[in-house]
Design a protein around this ligand. Structure first.
Ligand code: ZN
Length: 86
């Protein structure tokens, strides 16, 4: 497959589209999209919380929300991530 060069805007749209359907993606696809974002210097921002930062699996389950801290367990590797929620 020939590599098509995207404009930054096209890359952003691709990332946006990807994350709207994140639950059906594989860790490998997440890794690819992250690489794409880095290549185009696009900040993932809110999307970073859509996948496990250790194994890139999108299968995350909320464990608890307490004192403004959300704890999420990755169903793939079992690690827990904590996010501040505002
Ligand atoms: Zn994980």
């Amino acid at each position: 497959m020939a590599k098509k060069r995207l404009s930054k805007k096209e890359a952003e749209e691709k990332i946006e589209k990807f994350f709207s359907d994140i639950k059906n993606k594989t860790p490998e696809e997440v890794r690819k999209i992250k690489r794409l974002a880095m290549h185009y210097n696009i900040k993932l921002g809110k999307f970073r919380k859509k996948f496990c930062k250790y194994c890139f699996s999108p299968k995350l389950r909320v464990v608890s929300i307490k004192n403004g801290i959300k704890r999420v367990r990755c169903e793939s590797c079992g690690r827990i991530s904590r996010w501040k929620i505002s």
